[in-house]
Design a protein around this ligand. Structure first.
Ligand code: ATR
Length: 281
C-alpha cells in the first residue's frame, strides 16, 4: 500500500516591511502545540502595488489563508469577496481565507485580540471605565467596536489632527459614548485606561500627554511592541499606572483568533505571552 501523502496547507503573512514580523514564530508554535503538522506559515514581503498579483500567486500555489499587515489591511478589505460584520466597521482586515473557488472571506481579529488581552489575560475591567485612545488612524478604527462592546463609560479619541478624531468618533457613536479631541483638551481629564494607537512608538516618540492624565490604578496599553519598553510604556510606569504594557499580548491573541478561523481550534496563548513578557522583564 502506498504511504499516505501529507498535503501541505500553506498560510502566510503579507506586509512591507515584513522581516521583523513575529507571526511566523507564533503560528508555527500554535501549529506544533495543536498537532497541525500539515500547516506551513511564512512571511512574504509584499509592497502595496504587488498585492493583487501576490494574492493570486499564493492562491494558485495552494494557499489556504493569509494575514495582512501594514500597509495592506485596507487593500485586503477592498479585495475581499465576503466581509465579516466586524471587518466591515473596521474598514480593514488582517485575516483572509481562500474558498475552494478562490473567493476570499475576510475578517479583522485585532479588536478581539486587544479585548482578550485586556480583559482575560490582564484582568482589566473596561465596563463603566473612562478610556482614552491616542491616535485616529487605522489601528484605532480596528479596535473601537470591540472596546465599545464592553460598555465603557466613555471613549475619548485624541489626535494631532483633531478632525480625524471627531470623524472617527462619529462613525462609532451609535455603539456608545465616543468623542474626538486634540491633545490640548486632555489637560483637565483623568482616564482609567489609555491605549496608544499612534505610530509614535514606531519612531521612538511619545504623543504630548499631560502628566496628570492617569486615574488611580490606571492601565496604559501600547499597541506597538518591542523588547525594550516603548516610550509610552515607560511614560505609564513613570506616572503611576498600575499596569503599563506593550501590545505583545494583543499580537498573540489576534493570531490565535486567526488560527481559530483557519483551523477550527483555538491554541493556548498564555505560554507564549508569558514567555515574551518575561523576556521584557
Ligand atoms: P495606523 O493605520 O497604524 O493607525 P495611520 O493611519 O498612519 O496608521 O495613523 C497613524 C496615527 O498616529 C495618526 O493618528 C497620527 O496622527 P495624525 O493623524 O495627526 O497624523 C498618529 N501619529 C503618528 N506619529 C505621531 C506622533 N509622533 N505623535 C502623536 N501622534 C502621532
Amino acid at each position: 500500500m502506498a504511504a499516505r501523502e501529507l498535503i501541505t496547507e500553506p498560510y502566510a503573512v503579507f506586509g512591507h516591511p515584513i522581516s521583523h514580523s513575529l507571526s511566523p514564530r507564533i503560528h508555527n508554535l500554535f501549529a506544533k502545540q495543536t498537532g497541525q503538522s500539515n500547516m506551513t506559515y511564512t512571511a512574504i514581503d509584499v509592497p502595496g502595488q504587488c498585492f493583487d498579483q501576490a494574492l493570486t500567486k499564493f492562491y494558485q500555489q495552494g494557499g489556504k489563508g493569509l494575514n495582512c499587515t501594514v500597509p495592506l489591511k485596507e487593500l485586503a478589505f477592498k479585495r475581499a469577496d465576503h466581509l465579516s460584520e466586524r471587518a466591515r466597521r473596521c474598514g480593514a482586515v488582517n485575516t483572509l481565507v481562500f474558498r475552494e473557488d478562490g473567493q476570499i472571506d475576510a475578517d479583522n481579529t485585532d479588536g478581539i485580540g486587544l479585548l482578550r488581552d485586556l480583559t482575560h489575560n490582564l484582568k482589566i475591567q473596561i465596563n463603566k471605565q473612562k478610556l482614552l485612545i491616542l491616535g485616529a488612524g487605522g489601528a484605532t478604527r480596528g479596535i473601537l467596536e470591540s472596546l465599545l462592546t464592553e460598555q465603557p463609560e466613555q471613549i475619548v479619541i485624541a489626535n494631532r489632527t483633531v478632525s480625524k478624531a471627531t470623524k472617527l468618533a462619529e462613525l462609532f457613536s451609535d455603539l456608545g459614548e465616543v468623542t474626538g479631541c486634540g491633545y490640548d483638551d486632555l489637560k483637565a481629564q483623568r482616564f482609567d485606561i489609555v491605549v496608544n494607537a499612534t505610530a509614535a512608538s514606531l519612531h521612538g516618540q511619545l504623543p504630548p500627554l499631560p502628566d496628570t492624565l492617569l486615574a488611580e490604578d490606571a492601565c496604559c496599553y501600547d499597541l506597538a511592541y518591542s523588547v525594550q519598553p516603548t516610550p509610552f510604556v515607560s511614560w505609564g510606569n513613570q506616572y503611576g499606572a498600575a499596569v503599563s504594557t506593550d501590545g505583545i499580548g494583543m499580537l498573540v491573541e489576534q493570531a490565535a483568533e486567526a488560527f481559530l478561523i483557519w483551523r477550527g481550534i483555538r491554541p493556548e496563548t498564555m505560554p507564549l505571552i508569558n514567555d515574551s513578557r518575561l523576556k521584557q522583564g
